[in-house]
Ligand binder design. Structure first.
Ligand SMILES: NC(=O)c1ccc[n+]([C@@H]2O[C@H](COP(=O)([O-])OP(=O)(O)OC[C@H]3O[C@@H](n4cnc5c(N)ncnc54)[C@H](OP(=O)(O)O)[C@@H]3O)[C@@H](O)[C@H]2O)c1
Length: 280
């Protein structure tokens, strides 16, 4: 590993090979995207925070006979995003970008910290927008490129006690749809995926678990969501909703007027707060 402008990066040789870049790839859905692409013989560059086990994910990817590199950096910092994308543009040809990194949680808005709000806004909105902006010239140079943005089923309704997260995921949906249209006559195809709940870490396991059988109804695996999303991305589907139950939830959410769904969702999420899920 070498340190380069706030990045822990591997000491690599410049290469002409094509790479997929995946943000937030040390665990959860991002890790599943990395493994799914590797199974499909696609080289990957993985990004996550320093000090986590991202090198192990890269090792797992290499078992499929592809190249897999990793970068450790904090993507909430603008200068890190610029160093990371400059480094990519100087050394690699990128033809797939997966804007996966994101964070959420349940919180009473006025009782949570500014840091918590800033973190969601940065990782879910600023980070994907900046990375996409900086990598687009590289993606446009390739014969055929793809950008997959990870939104959420949470973007289908505003939600009290989760106020910032669904709003940030609505941004990603609109960002992806707008960019899709804007890049229609280029080599870059843009899509967005709206996963339903998945158990990806300890917090999601406990939070989903408290809903009992209802929580498990239609629960998706991150492996399944990654596989379906990549298949649909390569079929050039611009709007991906994986899983039958999630599609049904989506339709129901569209049909119920906001004034009715808001109090129902707030009641459920307020229960999460009472059970101690409030994020500081
Ligand atoms: N889980 C769900 O139920 C669900 C449902 C719908 C949509 N989604 C969306 O799916 C995406 C992935 O969610 P997930 O549940 O798989 O997430 P996760 O398990 O919490 O993993 C988050 C990933 O992001 C990385 N990360 C976090 N903060 C970072 C930072 N400041 N800089 C660089 N990397 C950072 C983490 O790296 P470290 O390991 O280094 O911390 C990790 O690799 C998110 O956009 C989320 O909103 C999730």
């Amino acid at each position: 590993m070498i340190m380069e402008k706030n990045l822990n990066v591997q000491n690599i040789e410049k290469t002409d090979s094509l790479f997929a870049v995946i943000t937030g790839a040390s665990m959860g859905l991002g890790k599943c995207f990395a493994l799914e692409l590797s199974k499909r013989k696609i080289n990957t560059i993985l990004v996550s925070l320093p000090g986590e086990d991202i090198h192990r994910v890269a090792e797992e990817c290499r078992k499929y006979g592809v190249e897999s590199l990793y970068i450790e950096t904090d993507l909430t910092q603008k200068e890190n995003i610029l160093s990371f994308t400059d480094w990519l543009n100087e050394n690699f040809n990128v033809n797939i970008l997966i804007n996966n990194v994101g964070t959420g949680g349940t919180a009473v808005f006025h009782k949570t910290s500014l840091k918590y709000i800033e973190n969601i806004l940065h990782l879910n909105i600023i980070t994907p927008s900046m990375i996409t902006h900086q990598l687009l010239p590289n993606l446009m140079r390739q014969d055929s490129s793809y950008i997959l943005n990870v939104s959420s089923i949470a973007s289908f309704s505003p939600m009290g006690f989760k106020t910032v997260y669904p709003a940030s995921k609505k941004f990603i949906q609109y960002f992806a749809r707008g960019l899709h249209q804007e890049l229609k006559n280029t080599s870059v195809f843009v899509s967005v995926v709206h996963p339903g709940p998945m158990i990806t870490n300890e917090e999601t396991r406990v939070r989903i678990g408290q809903y009992g059988i209802f929580g498990r109804l239609g629960l998706l695996t991150p492996e399944g969501v990654a596989a379906k999303s990549i298949t649909e991305l390569f079929k050039r589907n611009p709007y991906i909703v994986p899983g039958l139950f999630t599609k049904l939830q989506w339709i129901v959410m569209m049909l119920i007027p906001v004034k009715f769904k808001l109090p129902i969702l707030a009641r459920l999420l307020n229960k999460e707060i009472r059970l101690g899920f409030h994020r500081d």
